[in-house]
Write a protein that binds this ligand. Structure first.
Ligand code: ASP
Length: 456
């Protein structure tokens, strides 16, 4: 008899915890470690090898997931859009999805703004530390701050790729979504004997990709160990201490969304309890936290939403990729808090109108944020510009919060991914396309038995 295996999310959690501990130890003992490496060439080689191997495993894992992300969006959305051949159903699902995405994003920013105005994190950083941190502008930020923010017109125009193959090759997710929806929608207008083989091919490719996801996820516990060990080893703990109030404000806001607002909406609109939801999507959340990338997490989010939560394939294929591209509640909340924090630091007054402007621009900026690490910080420039902050204040502000950005990125990405899964569950439930817990369990058992049959 085979011994029962620990569930994947526990394995990932253990990998994460171990990675954090090892990374923090390396961080804390950096001085003595460097001295020992200087004294012993052998130790220096071994430490160099360990650090390269560690980075290799983490990066390879992320590459594999990102390799999967574009085809999974493309093929599954083609299937999703083409199966929604009832135009009324398509527009109903589309409208519900977009409305839920926009309203949860606005709720997230408002939560962030409320917290930042109550806690006033900007009043906790001494002026001289503020000036020291503000002078260390990270590379790449200066030119972003100087550049003009893209207009809403050009952002909208940019949704349509000139060349869909280029969009796919560049991994421009928003354009890939538009391409897939257009092709999938158009396939419903084509004679069935022509459209069927194309849809079947896309279906087969989606299934194949899901198999790849499952294979790649076997590496997840080790990979998250490596990713977190690296992040924690390089984390500036001194800056973290100085920005503790700001950091905690963002994290509390994200926790309110993730563990308060989402479960409430889920219970009210989909009748799903928090235990069932979090158990189902735990692997995606843990991966989002470890990778800081909702695009890389996308294949796993889809797998969790469909296979573990029981949302139908059609809805999953439509709602989740769209969410990973445009729905970034965590990023929006973070941008709201960061904008108010920077304003407080530099004494820039923000009246009610400015705060409403932040709600609007942070919604747009979060939609335009790519699901990869650190982009939310760059897109913050648009929010700061919208309330008329001058260039020096923006540069200084971003330099100050840069030191804790990675930690906050991990947390906001987790909220981003949770929000996508929540909306998929609500849309699935409203469409009557959601299995109950017993059905999900029965399907899993049936699949396991079928697997045993194939590989006795
Ligand atoms: N890393 C975030 C994500 O992938 C985006 C950001 O806020 O930087 O969802």
């Amino acid at each position: 008899m085979s011994s029962p295996r620990l569930a994947l999310h526990w394995q990932i959690l253990i990998g994460m915890a171990a990675g954090m501990v090892v990374g923090l130890l390396v961080n804390a003992f950096q001085g003595p470690l460097d001295a020992a490496r200087l004294a012993s060439p052998l130790l220096d080689d071994a430490a160099g090898f360990a650090s390269n191997a560690n980075a290799f495993v983490g990066d390879m894992f992320l590459r594999c997931l990102r390799f999967i992300a574009v085809p999974v969006v493309l093929f599954s959305l083609v299937v999703g859009a083409s199966s929604l051949n009832d135009l009324r159903k398509l527009s109903r699902i589309g409208t519900r999805t977009v409305l839920l995405y926009l309203s949860t994003t606005a709720a997230a920013i408002s939560t962030g703004l409320l917290l930042a105005n109550i806690v006033r994190p900007g009043s906790f950083l001494p002026a001289e530390l503020r000036d020291r941190l503000a002078s260390e502008v990270p590379a790449g930020v200066a030119e972003k701050v100087g550049g003009a923010a893209p207009s809403a017109w050009s952002t909208l125009l940019d949704l349509v790729p000139i060349n869909p193959f280029e969009a796919i090759a560049d991994g421009n997710m928003l354009q890939v979504v538009v391409t897939a929806l257009a092709i999938g929608g158009a396939l419903t207008l084509v004679r069935e004997e022509l459209s069927r083989p194309v849809i079947q091919a896309a279906e087969g490719l989606t299934e194949a990709i899901i198999k790849l996801v499952e294979a790649v996820m076997k590496l997840a516990p080790l990979a998250v160990f490596c990713l977190l060990a690296k992040v924690m080893a390089g984390m500036g703990l001194e800056v973290l201490g100085a920005l503790a109030v700001y950091t905690v404000t963002v994290i509390v806001g994200l926790a309110i969304m993730t563990f308060g607002v989402y479960p409430t909406i889920l219970r009210a609109l989909a009748g799903i309890g928090p235990r069932r939801f979090f158990e189902a999507i735990a692997p995606a959340q843990l991966l989002a936290f470890s990778s800081s990338s909702s695009a890389a997490t996308l294949p796993v989010t889809m797998d969790c939403v469909e296979k573990r939560l029981g949302v139908g394939e059609e809805v999953t294929a439509f709602v989740v990729p769209l969410g990973a591209t445009i729905n970034m509640d965590g990023t929006a909340l973070y941008q709201g808090v960061a904008a108010v924090f920077i304003a407080q630091l530099f004494g820039v007054p923000l009246d009610l109108e400015d705060q409403l402007t932040i709600v609007l621009t942070a919604t747009l900026a979060s939609i335009g944020t790519a699901g990869v690490p650190g982009v939310g910080l760059i897109m913050l420039v648009i929010v700061l510009q919208s309330v008329g902050m001058d260039e020096e204040v923006m540069k200084g502000g971003i330099a100050i919060i840069f030191g804790v950005d990675r930690l906050l990125d991990m947390c906001r990405t987790t909220t981003n991914v949770t929000g996508d899964a929540m909306v998929a569950a609500v849309v699935g439930a409203r469409e009557g396309d959601l299995l109950d817990e017993a059905q999900v369990r029965a399907r899993r058992v049936a699949e396991e038995l079928a697997g045993l049959d194939e590989n006795p």
